[in-house]
Design a binder for this molecule. Structure first.
Ligand code: ADP
Ligand code: MG
Length: 481
């Protein structure tokens, strides 16, 4: 195996410009046909759809990387479950940022309020995605290691639209006569597992007439991705009804019943699935926080609860990487070593002893990423921006609301990215793999804990962030070697 590898260049033949045009059209058409779609209108009907950005061919990935990342999912979920239920630990981790990060403080207030009132619904559902990038083990090695980027507990998307990328890539390889077998390009259908988790939670609520509420945005480019999940629920059990609502609609429509049932337009909600509500921008007034509080105190099963939302903070990730901390949450030296082997350096910025790491980051900003407690992409700082911002906050209390992370030197390979704003030429790219999982629990028991597939996405090597719905990265499939 050489280090810079591509399915097209190593196994296929060069594409002429005419053939490339034809391939882009045909494979793009196949992607649309198979539900690899995003919505490009707001609320209008008929809605307009276009294919999600995708790679023309699958990307080579060592099989042991996929096995390892998938194999760690249930242990990671157990750790996050235990964190979400460890009040003292969460308080200790987050206390330093509550005075400087208003959004985290608002979430914390909701968490404490409901905790004080007494929990009405003891069951929690969380659909997770654990993101990793691949790194070469060292400069001369061809083998790869996987390094954790972050663990998502809120609105972990793309499990639907990735679900037929395997078919799309089987098609593109076949068009080009590139041979493969099904072990090299395995089936991958995360929403089947995610839907299974949702239906299990719905059944635990024990009301046949109750519905699953999807909280979505306007405009909502992810509608097709959400619809995949609805479709898989429909295939498991047609009696489970899904409703879609935005925050403004819910502010008008939500009431709590006598036993704190969550009622939307009179319908009782069994499971609330947040695909929105992770950014301060989603809460322009107090009414949105009041809504979040009402939902949290209701009897509905939340996916996720505010506790799980907070447990997914980057600050928690940083503390989990400190020596001895994983041991508080999970037993077994091997599993702890395996989890820890995926961590890169993570550094707090909240104490006097952060001065050394701050001066290192100012000298070599290209080696770090500066991250706030935010989700959804576009919030992290790299390179010159990191340096300028860190200069600005280094002597102010605001620095406690950020963490520094070693920049992962992602393994470079080559592919064609088919998306607006980029030519389809074969280019140097890097990939990120996200592992999906389902976890259902009470504060004392893990009821379900399983892994259910993966998302591979690929972006130009020179790009910093790799948001899918922001159009930066492209849906991909692993071609296992
Ligand atoms: P968000 O919660 O906003 O998605 P992430 O931590 O997932 O934030 O980072 C967003 C993107 O930035 C990632 O998908 C990845 O492409 C890039 N990124 C994040 N952390 C690192 C890192 N340590 N090294 C290299 N790239 C990173
Ligand atoms: Mg992320």
């Amino acid at each position: 195996m050489s280090r810079v590898v591509s399915v097209e260049e190593d196994y296929g033949k060069p594409l002429s410009p005419e053939r490339l045009d034809e391939m882009v059209q045909r494979v793009g058409g196949w992607a649309l046909l198979n539900g690899v779609q995003k919505k490009i209108t707001a609320t209008e009907f008929p809605e307009r759809l276009e294919p999600m950005p995708f790679t023309l061919f699958p990307s080579i990935l060592p099989g042991d990387v996929l096995r390892k990342t998938r194999g760690l999912q249930t242990a990671f979920q157990t750790v996050i479950y235990k964190v979400a239920n460890d009040h003292e630990f969460m308080k200790e981790c987050l206390k330093g940022l509550l005075n400087v990060d208003d959004f985290t403080k608002q979430l914390w207030t909701i968490y404490e309020t409901v905790r004080g009132e007494g929990i009405t619904q003891e069951i929690s559902l969380v659909l997770t995605r654990n993101d990793f990038m691949m790194e070469y083990r060292n400069d001369n090695d061809v083998t790869q290691d996987c390094k954790q980027v972050e663990f998502n507990t809120f609105a972990s998307g793309a499990g639907g639209v990735i679900s037929s990328m395997t078919d799309v890539h089987r098609y593109s390889l076949t068009l080009e006569d590139i041979p493969f077998n099904s072990e090299q390009l395995p089936d991958n259908h995360p929403t089947a597992g995610l839907a299974d988790g949702m239906v299990k939670a719905w059944r635990l609520y024990k009301n046949q007439k109750s519905v699953i509420l999807y909280i979505v945005g306007i405009p909502e480019p992810n509608t097709p991705d959400q619809r995949w999940l609805e479709r898989d629920i429909f295939q498991i059990d047609r009696s489970v009804k899904v409703i879609y609502r935005t925050f403004p609609q819910l502010i008008r429509q939500v009431t709590l019943g006598e036993n704190k049932e969550l009622l939307v337009d009179g319908m009782e909600v069994a499971v609330v699935y947040y695909r929105y509500g992770y950014s301060p921008k989603h809460y322009p007034t107090d009414a949105e926080f009041k809504l979040r509080l009402d939902i949290e105190r209701s009897r509905a099963i939340k996916c996720p609860t505010v506790a799980f939302h907070l447990a997914g903070c980057k600050k928690i990730q940083q503390v989990l990487a400190e020596p001895g901390v994983l041991e508080r949450f999970i037993k077994g030296t091997d599993v702890i070593n395996d989890l820890r082997s995926t961590f890169v350096g993570l550094y707090k910025l909240d104490t006097a002893d952060s001065d050394e790491i701050i001066s290192q980051a100012l000298q070599t900003p290209e080696k770090y990423v500066l991250k706030p407690q935010r989700e959804g992409g576009g919030n992290n700082l790299f390179g010159t921006e990191l340096k300028e911002y860190l200069e600005k906050i280094k002597d102010s209390p605001e620095r406690s609301s950020w963490i520094l992370m070693d920049r992962i030197r992602a393994a470079r390979h080559r592919n064609r990215l088919i998306r607006v704003g980029l030519g389809p030429e074969c280019r140097d790219v890097v990939s990120e793999i996200g592992i999906f999982g389902v976890h259902i629990s009470t504060s004392t028991t893990e009821l379900e804990n399983f892994e259910c597939g993966y998302l591979l996405r690929t972006k130009p090597e020179i790009a910093n962030e790799g948001g899918l719905f922001s159009g930066h990265s492209c849906l991909d499939s692993p071609f296992l070697v």
